[in-house]
Ligand binder design. Structure first.
Ligand code: COA
Length: 147
């Protein structure tokens, strides 16, 4: 079946965020500041009616360089285990980047989990600074892309 990536109501993305990114924690841990901003975007990949994965972007200051104007943050990238390695993550990332470009955003950053670095590197992101640990989640790197 064909996979379709669409902009969706952010509420639709939260159960998959919770399942993949915050397992065992209440759904309230899968909401992000700024995502209710009308400029923010949430995206889901569908195969038929089933959601395979999600992504989101929101305007948020770059933590290591607050002087960058109109910075955006990529968050909540998650694909169900059975749907991985088919390019769904890359398409969800591309949908987020396309949204930020359409909003005339010039800079996007994220805290990337180390096992997911290759996804962002393939899309042209650059690593910033040293590896750091987020408690209960694991090692991360800050990454950015100029649009
Ligand atoms: C990270 C994550 C979102 C990637 O999703 P995905 O759908 O597997 O992403 P893609 O398929 O685009 O890319 C993953 C791999 O599949 C490969 N791939 C892409 N299209 C492919 C295809 N058509 N056939 C075979 N392999 C393919 C890519 O080369 C890539 O390999 P690499 O990462 O070893 O270089 C997913 O693994 C996930 O949800 N992980 C757990 C949560 C997480 O870490 N989220 C990111 C937080 S920063």
């Amino acid at each position: 079946m064909t996979i379709v990536v669409k902009r969706v109501d952010v509420e639709l993305t939260k159960p998959i965020r919770a399942q993949i990114l915050r397992p065992g924690l209440p759904l309230s841990h899968s909401s992000y500041p700024g995502e209710e901003n009308p400029r923010s975007g949430a995206f889901a990949a569908f195969e038929g009616d089933a959601i395979l994965g999600v992504s989101s972007v929101m305007p948020e200051q770059c933590p290591w360089n607050p002087n960058i104007g109109d910075a955006w943050r990529l968050r909540g990238m998650a694909v169900l285990p059975q749907a991985r390695n088919r390019g769904v993550g890359a398409r969800l990332l591309e949908a987020a980047l396309t949204h930020v470009r359409a909003e005339a955003g010039k800079f996007i950053w994220c805290n990337a989990r180390v096992p997911a670095l290759s996804l962002y590197l393939r899309a042209g992101f650059t690593i910033e600074g040293e590896e750091f640990e987020l408690p209960h989640i694991g090692p991360h790197r800050q990454m950015w892309l100029a649009l």
